[in-house]
Ligand binder design. Structure first.
Ligand SMILES: Cc1ncc(COP(=O)(O)O)c(C=O)c1O
Length: 411
C-alpha cells in the first residue's frame, strides 16, 4: 500500500506573475459544503455571481458568468463558439499569450492573421486598424495584459475601429482584470474572458466571461441541444455545430439561463471561490482595488530600481500588477530565484521565449498587492543580490518604496 501525508504546503509568499496567494476569504468560501446543482441556494449563487462579474467587467451584458476550467478554458470557449472553420481572425501578438490565442484559433480551423511587435512594446491603434482593413476578419482577438512581457495593450480606441469594419472584438484579460482599468462596454468589447489567479486573488480553475448581445446572436446561430435532453420546444440554429461539447457556449448559456438546461455539473467549490473573489473587489470598490494595484506596483518598481535593476519594456504601457527587470550579468538568475524561495519563502517569476534567462517578473497582485508583501520582497531580494555579488546601495530599495507609500498617503 502506498500512503502519503495530508496536503501541507510550505508557507510561500507568491510574488511572481501568478498564481498568487489566494485571499483567505476565498479559501474559506471554497471550503463550504456542496449543494445540488438545481438547489435554489445554488442557482441563487450562480445569479449573484453573474451580477458581481458585471461590476468587475464594467458591463451591462446579461451573459456574464463563469466557464469551469482555467483561464484558457474561457479563451477556448469564446473562440471555438464564435469561429467557424475558415473564418478570419486578426490577432495582435505582443507576447506569449497572443501566440496562445493564435494557437487556439488555428485549432478551431480559423484563418489566423497575426501581427507582431517586439516583446516589451504594444500596438498603436493604426497598426491594428490597418490589419483589420486589409483582412476584413470576423474577429479581432487581443490579449489585454500579457503577463509574459508585463505590457497592457491600450484598448479604448479599438472597439470603435471594430464597429466601423463590422468586426467582433474579443479580449483575454486574465492577467489584468481588477488590477488595471478595463471597460467592457465603454470600450466596445463583444467578448471578454479572465481568470481568478491574478488580481482577483483566487486560485486558477474558473474563467469569468462576458458576452455582448451581438456576440450571443452570432454564437446562437450554432445553437444545438444534446439528444438526451432535447424537447420539442427546443429550436436549433442553422449554423455549423460547435466543435467542442464542453466549451459550447450556447449550451452553457442554456444552463446558466432560465431553463437551467443540463450541461456540465457546475464546479460548485470553484463557483463559491469565484463569487467570493468578485465580492471582495466589489466591497473594496473596483476603482480602489485598481488604485491599490497601481500604488503597490509603483512601490515595487521604484524599489527594484533602487536595487540597481533595470526595468524591462515600455513602462508607459506596463500593467500595474507585474514588472519585469533585467537579470544583472553578474548573477545567476535561477540561483537567485532558488535562494529567494528556499531561504525566504518568496517566489519570483522566471520568463519565457525570447526573454528566458533575461528577466525576472515580479508581481504585486490580488491579495499580495500589499505594502508588507512589497517591502518583504524588496528587503529579501536586496540580501540575496548583495550576497550574490550584485553592487547595490544598501537599504535604498525599501526606503524608496516607503517614499512611494508616503507620497500616496499625502496625496
Ligand atoms: C494573459 C494570460 N492569458 C491566459 C493565461 C492562461 O491561463 P491558465 O493557465 O489559467 O489557463 C494566462 C496565465 O498566466 C495569462 O497570463
Amino acid at each position: 500500500m502506498v500512503e502519503f501525508d495530508q496536503i501541507n504546503p510550505p508557507p510561500r509568499l507568491l510574488m511572481g506573475p501568478g498564481p498568487i496567494n489566494a485571499d483567505p476569504r476565498v479559501l474559506r468560501a471554497m471550503s463550504a459544503q456542496l449543494v445540488g446543482q438545481y438547489d435554489p441556494a445554488m442557482t441563487a449563487y450562480m445569479n449573484e455571481t453573474m451580477a458581481l462579474y458585471r461590476q468587475i467587467f464594467e458591463t451591462d451584458n446579461q451573459w456574464t458568468f463563469v466557464v469551469d476550467g482555467t483561464s484558457r478554458a474561457g479563451i477556448e470557449a469564446a473562440l471555438v463558439s464564435v469561429l467557424e472553420p475558415g473564418d478570419k481572425v486578426v490577432v495582435p501578438v505582443f507576447g506569449r499569450f497572443g501566440y496562445l490565442l493564435c494557437e487556439i484559433a488555428e485549432r478551431v480551423g480559423a484563418t489566423v492573421l497575426p501581427i507582431y511587435v517586439e516583446w516589451g512594446q504594444v500596438f498603436k491603434p493604426e497598426q491594428i486598424e490597418a490589419a483589420i482593413k486589409e483582412h476584413q476578419p470576423k474577429l479581432l482577438a487581443c490579449v489585454h495584459g500579457d503577463t509574459s512581457t508585463t505590457m497592457a495593450q491600450p484598448m479604448a480606441e479599438l472597439g470603435e475601429i471594430c464597429r466601423r469594419y463590422d468586426v467582433l472584438f474579443y479580449s483575454d484579460v486574465t492577467a489584468s482584470i481588477a488590477g488595471n482599468t478595463f471597460k467592457t462596454d465603454a470600450w466596445g468589447l463583444d467578448a471578454v474572458t479572465g481568470g481568478l489567479q491574478k488580481c482577483l486573488g483566487g486560485p486558477s480553475g474558473s474563467a469569468p466571461i462576458t458576452l455582448s448581445d451581438q456576440f450571443v446572436a452570432q454564437i446562437r446561430k450554432r445553437h444545438h441541444v444534446e439528444a438526451g435532453i432535447k424537447d420539442p420546444h427546443h429550436k436549433e440554429g442553422a449554423g455549423s455545430k460547435i466543435r467542442s461539447n464542453y466549451f459550447d457556449l450556447p449550451m452553457i448559456l442554456d444552463y446558466w439561463g432560465e431553463e437551467r438546461l443540463n450541461h456540465h455539473t457546475e464546479a460548485t467549490s470553484m463557483l463559491y471561490g469565484a463569487r467570493e473573489c468578485a465580492r471582495i473587489v466589489v466591497q473594496e470598490g473596483l476603482d480602489n482595488v485598481i488604485e491599490r494595484h497601481q500604488r503597490n506596483g509603483d512601490a515595487m518598481l521604484a524599489g527594484l530600481q533602487g536595487l540597481n535593476l533595470k526595468p524591462f519594456g515600455d513602462l508607459s504601457n506596463k500593467m500595474t500588477n507585474v514588472v519585469g527587470v533585467y537579470i544583472p550579468d553578474s548573477v545567476d538568475g535561477e540561483a537567485v530565484r532558488q535562494t529567494m524561495l528556499l531561504d525566504f519563502g518568496i517566489e519570483i517569476g522566471t520568463s519565457f521565449g525570447p526573454l528566458r534567462g533575461k528577466i525576472w517578473r515580479i508581481g504585486t497582485m490580488g491579495y499580495n498587492a500589499r505594502k508588507d508583501a512589497v517591502l518583504t520582497t524588496l528587503a529579501s531580494l536586496e540580501n540575496v543580490l548583495r550576497r550574490a555579488g550584485h553592487a547595490l546601495p544598501a537599504g535604498e530599495a525599501v526606503d524608496i518604496a516607503m517614499e512611494v507609500y508616503d507620497c500616496a498617503t499625502q496625496s
